[in-house]
Design a protein around this ligand. Structure first.
Ligand code: ADE
Length: 245
């Protein structure tokens, strides 16, 4: 059974497709899935696409159609937590949907009928991903880009919104904190993938490189980071992870 490597954007996936041995492309559900071998491991590469619904569809297809045994997400995110800088990496411990609000029927952020707000990453896979990210950041390739980069572990908030304003970012962070959710980063897919993987009992782990601070310059920082850095980072981390599996 293959490991799924999910990326949000084509730029993040590019370096991985180049490395794929015996590549085979399968089109399904309006998406391209790349099957092959990477570092001796059987993998399926896929784009989650952007937003929670698209990511849920891709994850479901990976599990139902391609029978993946685990799902690893590599992507970028906006930094929310203090000290989470551009170039840092966040390995998710768990996920919350920051735009989910079925109150007063359910508590703010609670996923209806699950009795909880957060879905956890798989601990074993996340520990390996943390090791892989730490070793990738220590490599000369990454150090020359961001010499002070750190790997964090913590909560990631997902929602169908690109957060691109300091006021909005602080409000989002404070609202989450008020409900006991100290999020390190914000993105648009992770919580959806985590929920699908929870439903199917498939291990899931995610790593996000910080491309912007979800502030007033996020719309400038994000595309330039995606162009110049995201693919290199994803490749470094995934190569190391596959060596540990
Ligand atoms: N992914 C990368 N940066 C982001 C941001 N600022 N908001 C949502 N998703 C992101």
């Amino acid at each position: 059974m293959p490991t799924a490597i999910l990326s949000a954007l084509a730029e993040e996936q590019l370096g991985l497709i180049e490395l794929l041995e015996q590549p085979r492309k399968v089109s399904h559900a309006g998406r391209d899935f790349w099957l092959g071998q990477l570092h001796g491991q059987s993998v399926v590469l896929a784009l989650s696409r952007i937003g929670k619904v698209a990511a849920a569809t891709t994850s479901t297809a990976l599990i139902e159609r391609f029978g993946v045994r685990q799902v690893v997400f590599t992507g970028v995110a906006g930094g929310l937590g203090a000290g989470v800088k551009v170039g840092d990496v966040v390995v998710a411990t768990d996920f919350v949907q920051h735009d989910l609000d079925a109150s007063p029927l359910f508590a703010r952020y609670e996923v209806p009928l699950y009795g909880k707000s957060r879905f956890a990453s798989d601990q074993v896979l996340s520990r390996l991903l943390f090791e892989a990210a730490s070793s990738a950041l220590a490599s000369s390739n990454a150090l020359e880009l961001f010499p002070d980069a750190r790997v964090h572990q913590g909560l990631i908030a997902s929602g169908d919104r690109f957060v691109a304003g300091a006021t909005e970012s602080v409000a989002l962070q404070q609202a989450l904190l008020g409900a006991g959710h100290a999020a390190l980063a914000v993105e648009m897919e992770g919580a959806a993938v985590a929920q699908v993987c929870h439903d199917y009992g498939v291990p899931f782990a995610a790593v996000r490189t910080i491309s912007d601070r979800a502030d007033d310059s996020a719309h400038i920082d994000f595309p330039s980071f995606v162009d110049q850095v995201a693919s290199r980072y994803a490749r470094l981390i995934v190569e190391r992870l596959l060596g540990l599996l």
